[in-house]
Design a protein around this ligand. Structure first.
Ligand SMILES: [Zn+2]
Length: 67
């Protein structure tokens, strides 16, 4: 997972990543569950959520040397 992070609130680059499952309901479709990455700034607590589906898709298109 490539998630370059610099907190847009305080500029801190220390963070922790956790994974969560969230229900996704699109109109006319059945309920599905999607995986999300939750990044939390360890300095101020600012939190961003990323769709794992999309993050992982980008990884396939543009191979990242770190992984
Ligand atoms: Zn912060």
């Amino acid at each position: 997972m490539k998630l370059d992070f610099k907190c847009c609130k305080c500029g801190c680059d220390k963070y922790q990543v956790k994974t969560t499952i969230l229900p996704e309901k699109s109109p006319g479709l059945k309920l599905e569950f999607g995986t999300y990455y939750i990044k939390t700034c360890l300095n101020c607590g600012y939190t961003e959520i990323y769709s794992a589906k999309i993050v992982n898709m980008e990884k396939h298109e543009k191979p990242c040397p770190q992984f």
